[in-house]
Structures are given as structure tokens and as C-alpha cells.
Ligand binder design. Structure first.
Ligand code: FES
Ligand SMILES: [Fe+2]
Length: 395
């Protein structure tokens, strides 16, 4: 159980908030790169409670600016792009990708051009996504995680529906090795029957372990058949399961965008810079409603996760929780976030920020995970590991 202040410290992502300042030290994906085209050269982006416009000039340069015009705050999402940048529709103020104001129609107001700087943020294309950095400069380098740099197989992006909840409950789920055999016991494509509804497959997973690594927390699940697998939590907001890296983008305090980068070994390579994109249909009806005024789909693993994340409340009220022994990894995750918030407050780089452009590939144990025997079944891994088929008892 946490105090309200502790809960706020972990969950609030706006400017000046402890977690908001921590998360501003990392690159975050904000859009599918293929969506920004000559025909659709602007789009609204919300990240860490800030409204932004992502745009592509006719010269092909991509910029990320505060959404509202510095003149009288009309939205630049409707701006006209040109070679030099983007011009507000309202009175034509022209901005370049660095946030310099180049023109101020109808007059030429040199004082404004010289003295007013429109907020602008670094943006770069990686893995078929545009990534933004909202923290203090200089920006860190894009991290070379092992799954991100593999070129020997296929890769694709999976875009999940926007989550109406806070980022941190999705990460507590990422740290939680016990929920999978229970929550996901009824997921489609499983080839075994759970023993009963309360325990699901948990007896096939009698233990788990976790330890800190330089890039986050390594979680190991130990199965009754002697196998283990590892799902590292990549600090602060990613989870690798097999070749898939789930990225949970903190949009604002009550919204999180989940996009998965999925690498698959042994499949034909695709265009590395523009991988195919799968857009998942809404997981609830109505798609823009909030619990309890919606009906969630719960047939697949991602749908089940989304259902529990949202029904926990838009921001989990951790003053009311009762943690148990198997939740102890959550305590370590909270401690880790707090320690890194303090690092930022002391002017240090937090965990897993990379400064050296030539840093070695960050080994998250992907290679050994790919050769895990459970992976060879190809059925619903990580939750569909092969085990003895047992009959479900009536609960
Ligand atoms: S509000 Fe944008 S130019 Fe006037
Ligand atoms: Fe899950």
C-alpha cells in the first residue's frame, strides 16, 4: 500500500512531476512513420501531457513543435507545410523544425522573430516509428537493444488501441510474473487445459526469480517441467517477451499508447526502416468509453491485459491495495523508479540512458530466449508453453 503522495510520484507524467521528469530522459515513439506522408504531412501527438504537432516539410524534414501557435494559439495541426517549415493557418506565422519563427504576417516583426522561440523537440525515425525526446539537451543516443538491431529475420509493428489508463499500471503488469498463467488461462490458441479457474496454469510455474540488470529488471519464470524463460523489463517502459518488445508510451496521466516491435527469427527479412504495421481493432465497445460503461473483449492475451489495466482505474489507487508475497517484484520496480527519480533530481542520468553512439549492443538475453524449447512450439508463447495436458476441475 502506498500513500497518495507516493502514488502521485510514480504515476504523474506532466512537466515538473517526478516521474514526468524521469520519463523525459528517454526517447519515446509518437507515431508510425509511414503515416506521415506528403498527403498527410501533419499529425497531433500527445506525449507526457504535452500536445505537439509532428510535421514533415515539403523538403522532407520532420519536426516536432508545441501544438499551439505562439501567436494566438491556433492549432498547428492544421498548418500548411512548405519547404521552410510549417505556417499556421490563422495568420501565417512560419516555423522551422527547430521552432524558430521565420515570418510573422501580416507585418515583419523582427523582435518576435528574434526573441520568441517556439517549443521544439528532437525527433528521429527508428524501427519504422518516429521517436521524440522531451528532456533537457543534449538528447541521449537511441539505445541499441538486441531485438532492435537484429537484421536476420522479419520485423513488424503492432499498434494496440489507446489505453485509458496510466503508464505505471501497465509496467507493474510487465513486472508481474504470476498473472500470466491465471489471467491468460483462457486465451485463444492454447493447446492445454488449465487445472481449475482460480489457479489456471500457475502450478506449472511453481517459482519465479528476478534480479536487476543494467537496463532494468530480469524476470525469470521457472516451470515445473524444468524449463525457464526470461522476460526482461527494459527500464522504464518496455517489456521484451521473445522477440517482441512491448513499448508502453506515457501519453498523459490517464492514457498510454502500446505499440509492439516484433522481431521474428527465421522469417524473411523486410524493409528494416519501414516494417509492416498491424492495427488492432478496439478491445472494447464503445471504443472511446470508460469502465464500467463499456464491454471489453477478453479472448486474447493483449485484450485480457487491457481489460485488467483499465478496470484497475485510470490511475490505480494504491492507497487501497493489499499486496501479497508474489507481488514483491512490484516493490522492487517502485523502488527502482524512485531511485532513478532521485538520480534525475540530482542531475544524473537515470538507468539505461545511453550517451555513447558506439555503445555495444545491449544484451537482454534475447538469443537464449529465442532458443527456449517452449518457443519451438510456436503456440501462444510465452503463455502457451508445452506442458502435460490436465483436466480442468470444476471450481
Ligand atoms: S494564431 Fe497562428 S498565426 Fe495567428
Ligand atoms: Fe499479461
Amino acid at each position: 500500500m502506498l500513500s497518495q503522495d507516493e502514488n502521485d510520484m510514480l504515476t504523474r507524467v506532466g512537466p515538473g512531476e517526478p516521474a514526468g521528469e524521469l520519463l523525459r530522459r528517454y526517447w519515446h515513439p509518437v507515431a508510425i512513420a509511414a503515416e506521415l506522408t506528403e498527403e498527410n504531412p501533419t499529425r497531433h501527438v500527445r506525449l507526457l501531457c504535452e500536445d505537439l504537432v509532428l510535421f514533415r516539410s515539403t523538403a522532407g524534414k520532420v519536426g516536432l513543435l508545441a501544438e499551439r501557435c505562439s501567436h494566438r494559439l491556433a492549432s498547428l495541426v492544421y498548418g500548411r507545410v512548405e519547404k521552410r517549415g510549417i505556417a499556421c493557418q490563422y495568420h501565417g506565422w512560419l516555423y522551422d523544425t527547430e521552432g524558430n519563427i521565420l515570418e510573422t504576417p501580416p507585418e515583419n516583426n523582427d523582435a518576435i522573430c528574434r526573441n520568441v522561440k517556439h517549443p521544439a523537440y528532437p525527433v528521429q525515425k527508428q524501427l519504422g516509428l518516429y521517436w521524440a525526446y522531451l528532456g533537457p539537451l543534449p538528447a541521449p543516443v537511441f539505445p541499441k537493444y538486441d531485438a532492435f538491431v537484429r537484421t536476420d529475420g522479419s520485423r513488424k509493428l503492432i499498434v494496440h488501441p489507446m489505453l485509458d489508463c496510466n503508464w505505471f499500471q501497465t509496467m507493474e503488469n510487465a513486472a508481474d510474473p504470476s498473472h500470466a498463467p491465471i489471467l491468460h488461462q483462457d486465451a485463444e490458441a492454447r493447446d492445454v487445459v488449465p487445472i481449475n479457474s482460480t489457479r489456471g496454469y500457475i502450478d506449472d510455474q511453481p517459482g519465479f526469480d528476478f534480479w536487476r540488470v543494467p537496463f532494468g529488471i530480469m524476470k525469470q519464470r521457472n516451470f515445473a517441467n524444468g524449463e525457464t524463460d526470461e522476460h526482461p523489463l527494459i527500464f522504464p517502459n518496455m517489456l521484451r517477451t521473445g522477440g517482441t518488445v512491448q513499448i508502453r508510451v506515457p501519453v498523459d496521466d490517464t492514457h498510454t499508447w502500446r505499440v509492439d516491435f516484433a522481431y521474428k527469427q527465421g522469417e524473411p527479412a523486410v524493409d528494416l526502416d519501414n516494417p509492416p504495421v498491424t492495427y488492432m481493432k478496439p478491445y472494447k465497445t464503445p471504443a472511446d468509453g470508460l469502465h464500467p460503461f463499456v464491454k471489453f473483449e477478453t479472448g486474447t492475451v493483449p485484450q485480457q491485459d487491457h481489460m485488467v489495466w483499465e478496470t484497475q482505474g485510470q490511475i490505480v489507487d494504491r492507497t487501497k491495495e493489499n499486496l501479497s508475497y508474489s507481488d514483491r517484484v512490484l516493490l522492487d520496480l517502485r523502488k527502482l523508479v524512485k531511485e532513478n527519480i532521485e538520480k534525475v533530481q540530482n542531475g544524473e542520468d537515470p538507468m539505461a540512458v545511453q550517451r555513447d553512439p558506439n555503445h555495444p549492443i545491449i544484451d537482454t538475453n534475447l538469443e537464449s530466449d529465442l532458443h527456449h524449447t517452449g518457443g519451438k512450439t510456436g503456440k501462444g508463447r510465452p503463455y502457451g508453453f508445452k506442458t502435460k495436458v490436465r483436466k480442468r476441475e470444476k471450481a
